[in-house]
Design a protein around this ligand. Sequence first.
Ligand code: NDP
Length: 399
Amino acid sequence: MSKVMIIGAGGVGRVVAHKCAQRTDIFSSITLASRTRSRCDAIAAEIKNAEIKTTQVDADNVSELTALLQQEKPKLVINVALPYQDLTIMDACLAAGVDYLDTANYEPLDTAKFEYRWQWDYQDRFSEKGLMALLGSGFDPGMTNVYTALAAKNYLDEVQEIDIIDANAGSHGQPFATNFNPEINIREVTAPCRHWENGEWVETDPLATRRLFDFPGGVGPMNLYRMYHEEMESLVKPIPTIKKAQFWMTFSDNYLKHLEVLKNVGMTRIDEVEYQGQKIVPLQFLKAVLPDPGSLGPLTKGKTCIGVIARGIKDGERRQVYIYNICDHEKCYEEVNSQAISYTTGVPAVVGGIMMLTGIWHKPGVWNIEQFDPEPFLAEVGPMGLPHVVIDNGYWPPL
Ligand code: NDP
């Protein structure tokens, strides 16, 4: 029984709060802290089966957050604010002696760089204090890393290639909207593509490589676009036999058309521009006028299908395994007032927290999720809402 503090009252924070409240056997006390307290209060008011304490905090301010942690004394912080806050929250956790978990790697505000090095640099500081930081406990990164670890543990003697494939076959009926924080989503999608091949990163233009893929579970054929995603960086370290790692995501023609126009007119820029005597960042302004992803919950219908195809050698023979989850937007909304993108991120964050608080996964230092045994995590995350399917020894042509 342990006290948890959730930081960030957005789409993912809502799911994390609901799901922690379903597991009061583990989370004996739940505090939701965020920049805007009214958003915490709105989430707390939806949750009837447990008390959610709410508070305001600026997580960019290390001393303010440290003081809050020292006062509340949680055992674990679940960081579902924005990637810009990862380092300040890790600093506050170190100062207050609290374990840390997140779902997205640190990004500096002024460059869309997705790298773990800033957080990996905290390894010694967490180790020395006997504290643990679990990085990337969402879906992708998160479940996709766990699926890859499962392929390496149970299905392949040597994992040689991975394709991480993320389909959102849902529709919200809006002309243009993103399913999670628009600023983070657009920075990620418009960044140069990188994939791992023969020991190095190969850079190509954003979204320049397209493939058609026939998804299981009634999702059907959809266009996939290759892009960079952070879990490839952490996965090629503990599984050095991986020769090729690629990440693919589906986008509708409509989404891509809007994105192209927004990029062409400069609205996706992340540098400051002068406007009427004041400095603004075009992408931050765009976020302010786009639909709040939280408002898409009641509108979104359809499914997500996210998983990993791992190829390699088993008993001397080439073999492939596809491990994936299918999640239904409307069912998620019925359960926790949120669409499947926030749901598929929030549930693994809570299960990562359960692994840490029960000691099943507890080791001082900074760790990515694939560095732990995948099986206890999968045994917990299925009943919590994200069961997985394994198709062993099938054939999917190389993407
Ligand atoms: P939202 O924008 O909906 O929510 C972010 C929340 O963080 C908001 O409530 C915001 O406050 C709060 N926040 C921002 N800055 C601060 C600060 N300085 N101090 C305190 N609180 C702050 O984002 P999402 O819920 O969609 O995403 C949350 C995280 O999940 C992101 O890091 C995102 O990258 C990650 N993610 C990971 C995925 C995965 O599969 N691994 C998939 C999707 C998302 P306010 O309400 O005032 O704006």
